[in-house]
Design a protein around this ligand. Structure first.
Ligand code: MN
Ligand code: MN
Length: 466
């Protein structure tokens, strides 16, 4: 065999399209950057397990980069670096560019900072059979059985009777205790295991063990409960009634770790969607741009983007309008000229569950950040479905800046589906397309991504801002 390609092979290589593994095509230097970038990302994941914490961490990082808080009514000028906090649960970090806003528009990257978890109910505390429990109501789409028999941490905020707020974060420090949802032993689990997986652990069985020590007083009926209440009172000034105005979540107590002998992958809780939020944030913090650029880190995507902190809330529109009016630009014209990357994760092709994927149009791990022209389900329903023209524009952007990327659909046609915030931005008359990192075991307590895809996502955002 000769080393030279045949004419046909050369022609094929020229005309045909094939995805490539980014680790393979990256230079030695670029590979080092990938691994270096991943370290900052892992630290962000460990600091930010809830939307409140992600918001606070984003603000801390923004301040470190010389960004200052923006409030409605503040003046704005080209070159300003600002962040806008919405109720401590979502944040928009932005830079005012030098280009004309009406003709150039805004460059928006939108991702979410909430993640599936187990929320504590409003009247949660009880004791039974030597254990003290918190009742819960899960948040987002989870496989309930995955959340049992793993160490959990409790994060959240409690608004006390007097209106003051106590922050809770227990289970992250190695010296902290952790919490636990129990499962049935296999010896007695025959009937359970024969049932449907969606039912083997039911919602009302997701009770979190939070104690087991009786209060030393024989007259007290609920001794275990009193011990827990006493600790909560000493630590946070809480009494039981304060659960009524609390948001406490059980999240996996695991920290982010490299996965594999070669450390190519990262396992962590909440890659969805911090694996897009972190690159969006760092791109706006670090990147150079003549455009006006916004990273929107929003809440409640996992439950339909509702509420005052979800993407459907008018506040994001109000903020954009406020920026326009500060700069003397018509919001209507600016919207029309704006472009948005709705940045959320997609399902990576999993060879162990090949049946639900269509391989040619699946996101392949390490082949770069993934564009989904459309999402939705049952015939693209509930999808933004970006135009060929806009996809073409983004494609040229990425080619110019050497971004390694791919396209995909979430699974086989009619195998299921999912949505993102894309359609809410598109509704404002802003060209929008989905772009995000492929994830293995999405919505599991510990999800898996590739460092190559994380870095590619960051590079894509930098290119989008150029
Ligand atoms: Mn998501
Ligand atoms: Mn999700």
């Amino acid at each position: 065999m000769s080393d030279k390609k045949s004419k046909g092979q050369a022609r094929y290589d020229e005309l045909a399209y094939e995805k490539k593994n980014y680790f393979e095509t990256a230079s030695e230097e670029e590979r080092k950057e990938m691994f270096g970038y991943a370290e900052g990302y892992k630290a962000f994941l460990d600091a930010a397990k809830t939307e409140r914490e992600a918001c606070a961490e984003a603000v801390r990082m923004a301040k470190e980069h010389g960004f200052t808080e923006f409030r409605f009514g503040d003046p704005l000028a080209a070159g300003d670096k600002k962040y806008f906090v919405n109720r401590g649960k979502s944040v928009v970090v932005f830079r005012v560019g030098t280009k004309d806003l009406e003709t150039d528009g805004m460059r928006i990257i939108a991702s979410h900072i909430d993640a599936p978890r187990i929320d504590v109910k409003q009247n949660p505390l009880y004791e039974e059979a030597g254990m003290c429990f918190l009742k819960t109501h899960y948040y987002g789409g989870i496989k309930k059985y995955q959340w049992t028999a793993i160490p959990l941490a409790l994060h959240g905020a409690v608004v006390l009777k007097d209106g003051s707020k106590a922050e809770i974060r227990v289970g992250e420090d190695p010296r902290d205790p952790v919490f636990y949802i129990d499962d049935l032993l296999p010896h007695l689990g025959a009937e359970q295991m024969a049932g449907k997986a969606g039912k083997i652990i039911e919602g009302e069985q997701l009770n979190v063990v939070v104690g087991g020590l009786p209060y030393p007083d024989d007259e007290v009926k609920n001794k275990l409960k009193l011990t827990v209440l006493k600790i909560l009172n000493e630590k946070y000034g809480m009494c039981e009634e304060d659960f009524l105005s609390a948001e406490i979540s059980a999240v996996p107590a695991f920290s982010a770790r490299d996965v594999g002998f070669d450390r190519a992958l990262i396992g962590a809780y909440g890659h969805d969607d911090r694996v897009c939020a972190y690159p969006a944030l760092t791109a706006v913090l670090n990147g150079e741009s003549e455009h006006t650029v916004l990273a929107m880190l929003v809440d409640k995507e996992e439950i339909g983007s509702e509420g005052t902190t979800g993407m459907q809330c008018k506040i994001y529109e109000d903020l954009m309008e406020e920026i326009c009016s500060c700069l003397g630009a018509s919001f209507r014209k600016v919207r029309y000229a704006s472009k948005c990357l709705s940045s959320d994760v997609t399902a990576a092709y999993d060879p162990n569950f090949a049946g639900v994927y269509e391989r040619m149009n699946s996101a392949m791990l390490s082949c770069g950040t993934c564009m989904c022209k459309f999402t939705g389900s049952r015939g693209k329903s509930g999808s933004n479905d970006a135009s060929a023209e806009f996809v073409g524009e983004v494609r040229q952007m990425f080619a110019r800046e050497g971004v390694v990327w791919q396209t995909a659909e979430l699974g086989k046609v009619d195998a299921g589906g999912g949505g993102t915030v894309a359609m809410y931005l598109a509704k404002l008359n802003i060209d929008t397309v989905d772009l995000g990192v492929p994830v293995i075991s999405m919505h599991a307590p510990w999800e898996l991504i590739s460092k190559a895809d994380l870095y590619s996502n960051y590079k894509a955002f930098l290119a989008f801002m150029k």
